[in-house]
Design a protein around this ligand. Structure first.
Ligand code: ADP
Length: 398
């Protein structure tokens, strides 16, 4: 239960002090009285009062002169001025000096109580808001900390898994090379499967390590000319896909403040996918954007194989693939990385697609960056492990 609210009454009239104290105490408030400005300062130095009721005219100073020292000692203390001169001017003066309200003499006790209650109500709301903000800040800190830990954990486990995996890969390689003739066809097939599965696992682990590193907010943001960046991405992809006749069209794009390597990775993944999951004789990807009031909406559109409704819900999760390795190669980390990058920049990503009708990936990018609200989902669920397992199994069927 809350402590009693305390009120310091500052008035040289003993009878006013007594009447106010009586009424306020009856309502459950705790009161103390001071007859002069100096006495009021001494009392406030000794303890906190939620509210001071101050007469505008005190024997040793103007009541308003108490506002500054009171605010300095107790920033949360509210003040109501009491004035015998009910002019707008005095009221404005008192309020300008930082008083919460004013009341006029002769005192109407209903008015006094109503104003006191209002001041306390406001104080309570401010207190609650502050507590809620503090609780939220602490939760965000805690989430950030535990996410950081999970990331490190994921990274370390992935890293440590590589050593035994390297043994499996190299010994199965050795067996295949040097003992192949001692095995029958089935034995050789099993061994190949072991080697392929280990190699794929190594690839998955490498990607998982990259993915867990993405959560680190280590990269500085800089002003990025997206036209130049996209030129670079385009050249890289065209060089890689030399055997295919691909077309990448980019409309004039804006400059954004962004961590450059992450935004490069994002466009590279989306455009790369648009060309990879594409059976057209002339795979085509178009990049464009729309400007909204607070953010940009970028789009990467392809004329590829498209994605069914069910698949659209899954593809941004880790290790989710809609195809086998035989159909289209991949690991199932690309779009999860895209989601993580976009969300870390305060945006959101989604896809609009139909099977055989191409896909358009959209992501938003805020013009003004605010406090990052992104809470990466690092934890690998049982489902993630199932996808991981399934991904590895694909390779054994190669
Ligand atoms: P990967 O490319 O390694 O398979 P991604 O996370 O990039 O992994 O994509 C996940 C899955 O989403 C892909 O396996 C594919 O089935 C589907 N997908 C992604 N991009 C496209 C696209 N542009 N068109 C059709 N399907 C896509």
């Amino acid at each position: 239960m809350d402590e009693k609210e305390s009120i310091l009454i500052v008035d040289d009239s003993e009878s006013t002090c007594r009447t106010l104290a009586l009424i306020l105490r009856k309502k459950g408030y705790e009161t103390e009285a001071a007859g002069t400005g100096q006495e009021a300062i001494e009392k406030a130095q000794g303890r906190f009062f939620n509210l001071a009721l101050i007469d505008l005219r005190l024997p040793d100073m103007e009541g308003v002169e108490l506002l500054a020292p009171f605010k300095e000692m107790h920033p949360d203390m509210a003040v109501i001025m009491i004035t015998a001169y009910a002019s707008l001017e005095t009221a404005v003066w008192a309020l300008n000096e930082g008083a919460s309200a004013y009341i006029t003499k002769p005192l109407n006790m209903d008015e006094v109580l109503a104003k006191v209650r209002k001041v306390f109500e406001k104080q309570r709301l401010v207190r609650e808001k502050r507590q809620a903000e503090e609780a939220l800040r602490r939760s965000v800190e805690e989430l950030k900390r535990s996410n950081r830990e999970l990331n490190e954990y994921t990274y370390v486990i992935a890293h440590d898994l590589r050593t035994p995996l390297r043994s499996t890969t190299s010994f199965s390689e050795l067996l295949l090379k040097e003992y192949s003739d001692k095995l029958d066809e089935t034995g050789r097939d099993y061994l190949k499967r072991i080697r392929n599965a280990s190699m794929r696992m190594a690839e998955l682990i490498k990607e998982l390590m990259v993915f867990s590193k993405l959560a680190e907010e280590d990269e500085q943001e800089e002003l990025v000319d997206l036209n130049r960046l996209l030129e670079e991405v385009k050249r890289g992809l065209e060089a890689r896909l030399m055997e295919k006749r691909v077309e990448i069209q980019v409309e004039e794009l804006p400059e954004v403040k962004a961590p450059i390597s992450k935004i490069r990775q994002l466009f590279k993944e989306l455009i790369g996918n648009g060309l990879k999951f594409n059976d057209s004789t002339t795979p085509k990807v178009e990049v464009g954007y729309e400007e909204r009031q607070s953010h940009y909406v970028f789009r990467v559109r392809d004329n590829g194989i498209g994605i069914g409704e069910e698949g659209q819900k899954r593809i941004f999760n880790l290790f989710q693939r809609l195809h086998t390795q035989k159909e289209y190669s991949g690991i199932g980390v690309g779009l999860a990385k895209c989601r993580r990058i976009v969300e870390s920049m305060g945006g959101r990503i989604w896809v609009d697609s139909r099977p055989d009708a191409g896909s358009t990936f959209y992501f938003t990018y805020p013009k003004e960056k605010t406090e990052k609200t992104w809470m990466p989902n690092i934890k690998l669920s049982d489902q993630d492990f199932n996808h991981l397992e399934r991904s590895i199994n694909y390779s054994t069927n190669i």
